[in-house]
Every structure is written in C-alpha cells, then in structure tokens.
Design a protein around this ligand. Structure first.
Ligand SMILES: Cc1ncc(C[n+]2csc(CCOP(=O)(O)OP(=O)(O)O)c2C)c(N)n1
Length: 299
C-alpha cells in the first residue's frame, strides 16, 4: 500500500478513535451541548478534508463533528469547546452544532436545516465576484435536503455558475425517521440532470476511492465554474445525538472497550479498512493512532 493510502487510513482510524472518546464523554454526561457524532461518516469526512486547498471553504451542518475533527490538529480544542472552556476551538462560544475552524477553512456551520446552503452560495458568489479562487464545499443530509433552501440553492448556484460542491450525506435517517417513513423518494440524479448540474454518488466507504472522487468533483466545480452534487450513501452507526447507547434499552451499543470497529459490515469505514489492510497492518496502524484505551487486540 502506498504512503498516501496509509496516511488516509491513519486519518480514518484516528478520527474514529477521537469520536469514540467523545462518545465515552457523552456517556459520562460531561457536555452541556448536544453533540451529533458521525461514527460511520469518517470516509467522506477524510476525503473532503483531504481535497481542500488553502483557498477552499467548507460549510457544515449540525452533524459537523467528523469534519471538524478531520481538520483539527487534535481532540483537545473541540473537547474544550464542548466543555464550554475558553481554551475551546471557538473559546467556548459556539458549542457543537455551529462549530467552525476558520484557520482550517471551516467558515460556517448551522444548526438550522437548509440554512447553510444559501450561506454557502453567498461564500461561492463572493469568491467569484472578488476573484478569490478555490471552491466552496457544503454539507447537507437526506433530511435537510427536504428544506426549500436546498432546491433554491441548486437553482441559484447553477444560475450564477458558482463553484460549489454540494455533499448530501444520505444516511437514511432524520432524527428518528427513515426516508420511506417520512416522504416520497427523491432522485437527486434526476433533479440535478434537470438543472444540468453534474451529479455523482459514492457508497462502500472506501476512503481511497472517495478521496479521488471528491478531488475530481472539486476540480470540475472550479474548472467549469459550476455547482456539482455528490450523494454519499452511508450509515450513522450512532444515535441521532448524544451518547450511544443513550438509554438502557438502546438497540445500538458502542464502547471504546470493543476497539475501533463498530460494525462488521461495509457500513463501517473501519471494517472496510481492516479488509483492505489485512489484520497485521491494520493492528499496526491502530497502535500508532490509539495511545489510550482502544488497543489493537480489541479492534
Ligand atoms: C429548520 C429545522 N427543522 C428541524 C430541525 C430539527 N432537526 C435537527 S437535525 C434533524 C434531522 C436532520 O437529518 P439529516 O439532514 O438527514 O441529517 P442527519 O442528522 O441524518 O445527519 C432535524 C429534523 C432543525 N434543526 N432545523
């Protein structure tokens, strides 16, 4: 395996480790803010982060933890933010759902579904008008895309030739409901085709493939001055918010004592990595990224 692939693998494993530590903190009720973990979303978060150059900007949603951790130098600044401390990434002022990291290109996060799409359009329009270069990447979900601003944003971005990558994390979950429980199905491919917006999908949680594809789409958005839309099929292996498990009868159980793999299926990017790396290399990388409790033998 090449150096770049190994580095991506390390980053996925470190991100999973940090999220598991946050989940343990949540079980202890340490935080006053509601944290939305994204265990299962690591492959796309690392791919997006890896694609970003110094001029690029990332606009996030309430479920921004994986992206913020992927762009952070360590866990402490984010943990301190959740603990409402002055040492926090945003001095304890923004908490979890609105967390940003301007120095690393995360310019806005929103707790209001759909709100971040027009804001991202504004960032992209400003780039175009001021000739600043770079691309804006905006994150939304299969629930948030039901909001009017999603459609309005697509139309606005296409009408103004904005270099915008819209990433739809389709985890088939909006709070406690699946898509079929709450609405008709929506073909994003057809919707984008009707607007002449390039569209792509990803599934399977292969961080190497994801990285190539996100980079390709970001370059297309920049080179062709167009919005592009990427639908990523994935699973949130944790509960909507707070700790997992969150109550005594919770069907989902996650514990750092069980190692970094949460589910033995391709829904888990860590499981996918184990298959790609083989058990020995996988264990070696886990030892590198987990100085604490998640030891390789339990991964
Ligand atoms: C305008 C608005 N309506 C409702 C909510 C409450 N709410 C918070 S998260 C959420 C589900 C979002 O689902 P999705 O966009 O698929 O993201 P996920 O949580 O699955 O990552 C809802 C309904 C909100 N924050 N804003």
């Amino acid at each position: 395996m090449q150096g770049k692939s190994l580095e991506l693998a390390r980053r996925v494993l470190r991100l999973r480790y940090w999220q598991l530590l946050i989940n343990e903190d949540l079980k202890q009720k340490l935080f006053v803010v509601p944290v939305h973990c994204a265990i299962g979303h690591e492959a796309i978060a690392i791919a997006v982060s890896d694609s970003m150059g110094p001029l690029d900007q990332l606009v996030l949603s309430h479920r921004n933890l994986a992206y913020n951790l992927a762009r952070a130098d360590g866990l402490d600044g984010i943990r301190d933010e959740f603990l409402h401390r002055g040492a926090g990434l945003c001095h304890g002022h923004l908490g979890s759902m609105n967390l940003v990291n301007r120095a690393r290109g995360i310019v806005y996060s929103s707790s209001i579904l759909g709100n971040n799409i027009p804001v991202a359009c504004g960032f992209a329009l400003a780039k175009q008008v001021r000739g600043l270069g770079g691309v804006v990447i905006v994150l939304t979900g299969d629930g948030a895309m039901e909001e009017g601003p999603f459609y309005e944003g697509l139309v606005f971005a296409k009408s103004h030739n904005l270099s915008l990558v819209i990433v739809v994390e389709n985890n088939n979950q909006s709070m406690a409901s699946t898509i079929s429980e709450r609405r008709c199905s929506i073909s994003l491919a057809d919707l984008c085709r009707s607007l002449a917006i390039p569209f792509a999908t990803l599934s399977g949680n292969d961080v190497m493939d994801y990285t190539v594809e996100v980079k390709r789409l970001a370059e297309r958005a920049t080179d062709a001055s167009t919005p592009v839309c990427l639908e990523v099929h994935l699973a949130a292996l944790n509960q909507h918010a707070g700790p997992t498990p969150g109550w005594p009868t919770d069907p989902k159980t996650i514990s750092i004592d069980n190692g970094l793999t949460v589910e033995p299926t391709t829904s888990d990017p860590v499981f996918v990595l184990r298959r790609q790396l083989g058990p020995d290399l996988f264990d070696e990388l886990i030892r590198e990224v987990t100085p604490g409790p998640a030891q390789s033998s339990r991964a």
